[in-house]
Design a protein around this ligand. Structure first.
Ligand SMILES: N[C@@H](CCC(=O)N[C@@H](CS)C(=O)NCC(=O)O)C(=O)O
Length: 231
């Protein structure tokens, strides 16, 4: 444990990347001050702490700034060595956790947002893409998680966090889209993994209110559909 711990998180409530860090801090039980940023009018602190990307999240630990969610995860593990680790200590498990977290980020996130941003044929195509990637993840997790799904409360890490932040607000997505996001019959492992995670107190604490997520998704969807009809 570091001797002195002054921890500030600059985030934005709807940012999945900032949510990852919020969740990691909650799950590890690290106290922190939260600063909500207006991304249309970024604070001087955000620009000072993240001059390269000018994005949230930024973690400021004893005056030192760390940006990029995955980099922040690694920093958190190295500073707060007590309690559960976000990255497995076994090098092979750690490599696998990084591999699948990158898969979710690179292959699933964009397509999932595309489902929200499109309609008709384009949306159908995006849904097929998401289902294809979910199938790959389902098969991968059968091996990776195995019996571990039941023990998610005591054994969470970056992979659980990245997955859970993407699909944690699934009820809001379902309400806005009028369809199931992760069908339990098609993806039993992914579905039970998500159910185990959303029940955790730390996850509930970091999840924005349902109505607020529905509202932002509707605005996001309508403005995307409007601009695609103008283009
Ligand atoms: N790779 C970054 C992505 C962070 C990111 O894209 N943050 C968005 C909010 S979701 C942001 O701050 N956008 C402000 C901007 O692009 O000006 C991470 O993992 O932390």
């Amino acid at each position: 444990m570091a001797e002195q711990n002054n921890v500030i998180l600059h985030g934005m409530w709807a940012s999945p990347y900032a949510k990852r860090v919020e969740l990691a801090l909650n799950l590890k039980g690290i106290p922190y001050e939260y600063v909500e940023e207006d991304l249309r009018n970024k604070s001087d602190s955000l620009l000072k702490y993240n001059p390269v990307h000018k994005k949230v999240p930024v973690l400021v630990h004893n005056g030192k700034a760390i940006a990029e969610s995955i980099v922040i995860f690694e920093y958190i593990d190295e500073i707060w060595k007590d309690g559960p680790q976000l990255l497995p200590s076994d090098p092979y498990k750690r490599a696998q956790a990084r591999f699948w977290a990158n898969f979710i980020q690179d292959q699933l996130m964009e397509n999932t947002f595309l489902v929200v941003k499109t309609a008709g044929e384009a949306q159908q195509k995006a849904i097929e893409q998401v289902n294809e990637k979910l199938k790959v993840l389902e098969d991968g997790m059968k091996t990776y998680l195995g019996e571990g799904i039941v023990d998610v409360k005591n054994n969470f890490g970056i992979l659980d966090i990245v997955y859970c932040v993407l699909f944690g607000a699934y009820k809001a997505h379902e309400e806005v889209l009028g369809m199931k996001v992760i069908e339990p019959e098609k993806f039993p492992v992914l579905f039970s993994w998500l159910m185990a995670f959303v029940e955790m107190e730390a996850v509930k604490k970091a999840t924005p209110p349902h109505e607020k997520v529905v509202g932002v998704l509707q605005v996001f969807r309508q403005s995307a559909l409007k601009s695609s009809s103008i283009a």
